[in-house]
Design a protein around this ligand. Structure first.
Ligand SMILES: [Zn+2]
Length: 391
C-alpha cells in the first residue's frame, strides 16, 4: 500500500524519525548513513532516498539491473534496515564497505538508464530530515544496451507483473481573487484575477498530463471566500495547495516573483503588508473566518502543524529554486518569505505564489503574454514534480 506523507500525517501525527546508529569505524568516516527508503512518485517513477548526516560526495553507476551509489568517507551502517515501499523497481538494497567508501547497491526488477540530472536532487536538512540524496527513475533501456543486454535478458526470469495503479497525488490550484474582487490592477488595466485564472487553467492541464489529480478552487470569474478556498483543499484531500497571485508595490520599479508560506509571524514588513492586503479579500465578502480556523486548528496536534509547515517550507524552497533555474526574475530579497495568509490556514501543505508585479509596467506586459504564462506554468509543474510527496 502506498501512503503519501500527507496520509501518514493524518493517520499517525508522525514525525520523520531518523535512526542514528553509528557503526564502529576502522577509519575516520566523516559522514554517516541515516536512512534508506523508497517510494513511488507520479508517473510510476521509483524514488530512492539516501539520508546522510552530512552532504554526501557520491558517484552513480548502473551495472546489470543494479543502481550503485558510492559515497566517499562514509562507514556502512549494518544495523540500518531500508524501508522499501511496494510497487517500486527496487527489490532489495545492500551496503558494502569498500575502503573508506560506502557502496549502496539497489537491486532492481528491471534495468534503468542513466538517471538524468533533473531527476537527482540534493535536499538540505529541514528539521526532521538530514541531507537527502533523492533519485527518481523508471524502467528503461539498460545503460549497457546492445548484445550484452540481450544475453542478460535471456537469462532473466521475467518479474511477476502486478497491476497496482499508481496513486495520483491531488493538487488543488487556487486562482486568487475573482468576481467582485479584482485583486491588484496594473497601470495598463490588467487585473490580477484574470492573469492568475489563466495561469491556473494552463497549470491544471499540464499537471493532469503529468499524472496528477487536480482541482481548481474557481474555474471562472467567481468570488470565493478565503476559508472556502482552504475548505476545498480539505474536501479534496489535497496533497498540495497552490494559491496563485500577482503582486503590486508602491514602487513601480519593484518586480519579480516571491513565494510565501504560512507563519503567524511575518518574515519581514513587506510580507506582513502583503498578507494584510491579500487577507483583505475577505473584507469584501464579510467572511466568517474565525469559526473555520478554529476547527482546522484543533484537527492538528502541534507535531502535525510542525510537519505541515516543514512540508510547505520544503515545497516553497524548491519552487523558488525552480523559478530561478527557469530564469524567472526574483523579487530582491529572500525567494521564500512567511506571513499569516488566511488562505493557507489548513492541514494541507502549500504555498502562495506571487508570480510577478502588475505594478511594474514591463512585468505587467510580460504577465499578459502566453509565452511568459507558459514559462511560469512549466516552472510550477517542475516544482510539483520535484516535491517529495511520499518520503
Ligand atoms: Zn492576490
Amino acid at each position: 500500500m502506498k501512503v503519501s506523507r500527507r496520509t501518514l500525517l493524518k493517520l499517525t501525527g508522525f514525525g520523520f524519525a531518523a535512526t542514528i546508529m553509528l557503526p564502529r569505524m576502522a577509519f575516520a568516516a566523516r559522514n554517516s548513513l541515516k536512512s534508506l527508503r523508497t517510494g513511488v512518485q507520479p508517473g510510476n517513477k521509483t524514488r530512492l532516498v539516501v539520508e546522510m548526516a552530512a552532504r554526501p560526495s557520491y558517484t552513480l553507476s548502473y551495472p546489470n539491473n543494479q543502481l550503485v551509489i558510492n559515497i566517499a568517507n562514509t562507514a556502512a551502517n549494518k544495523s540500518l534496515t531500508p524501508k522499501l515501499a511496494a510497487g517500486t523497481l527496487v527489490k532489495s538494497i545492500s551496503q558494502t564497505q569498500v575502503g573508506d567508501r560506502l557502496q549502496i547497491t539497489a537491486n532492481l526488477n528491471k534495468p534503468i538508464s542513466q538517471i538524468p540530472k533533473s531527476q537527482i536532487m540534493m535536499l538540505e536538512p529541514n528539521g526532521d530530515n538530514d541531507y537527502r540524496l533523492v533519485l527518481d527513475f523508471s524502467a528503461g533501456a539498460s545503460v549497457a544496451a546492445g548484445a550484452g543486454a540481450a544475453t542478460t535478458a535471456k537469462n532473466t526470469v521475467p518479474a511477476k507483473t502486478t497491476t497496482t495503479p499508481a496513486k495520483k497525488y491531488v493538487v488543488v490550484i487556487d486562482a486568487g481573487h475573482g468576481g467582485k474582487d479584482p485583486g491588484c490592477i496594473g497601470k495598463g488595466g490588467t487585473r490580477e484575477k484574470d492573469i492568475v485564472l489563466s495561469v491556473a487553467k494552463k497549470l491544471r492541464v499540464k499537471l493532469d498530463a503529468n499524472g496528477f489529480k487536480t482541482y481548481l478552487t474557481r474555474g471562472d470569474d467567481t468570488y470565493l471566500k478565503l476559508s472556502e478556498r482552504a475548505a476545498i483543499a480539505e474536501r479534496r484531500k489535497a496533497d498540495l495547495f497552490l494559491s496563485l497571485h500577482a503582486n503590486a508595490n508602491p514602487s513601480r520599479a519593484m518586480k519579480g516573483f516571491s513565494i510565501y508560506t504560512l507563519s503567524e509571524k511575518a518574515s519581514d514588513e513587506e510580507a506582513r503588508k502583503l498578507a494584510e492586503s491579500e487577507n483583505a479579500s475577505d473584507k469584501i465578502g464579510l467572511d466568517d473566518w474565525t469559526g473555520f480556523e478554529k476547527d482546522i486548528r484543533f484537527a492538528l496536534s502541534s507535531l502535525q502543524q510542525h510537519a505541515v509547515a516543514e512540508m510547505s517550507e520544503e515545497y516553497a524552497n524548491s519552487c523558488a529554486r525552480t523559478f530561478r533555474g527557469a530564469k524567472i526574475e526574483q523579487q530582491p530579497g529572500p525567494g521564500v518569505r512567511h506571513a499569516p495568509f488566511a488562505v493557507l490556514r489548513s492541514t494541507v501543505p502549500g504555498a502562495l505564489l506571487e508570480l510577478g508585479h502588475l505594478s511594474n509596467g514591463a512585468e505587467e506586459k510580460l504577465l499578459r503574454t502566453g509565452a511568459h504564462q507558459d514559462k511560469l506554468v512549466n516552472a510550477i509543474v517542475r516544482s510539483v514534480k520535484n516535491y517529495n510527496f511520499e518520503v
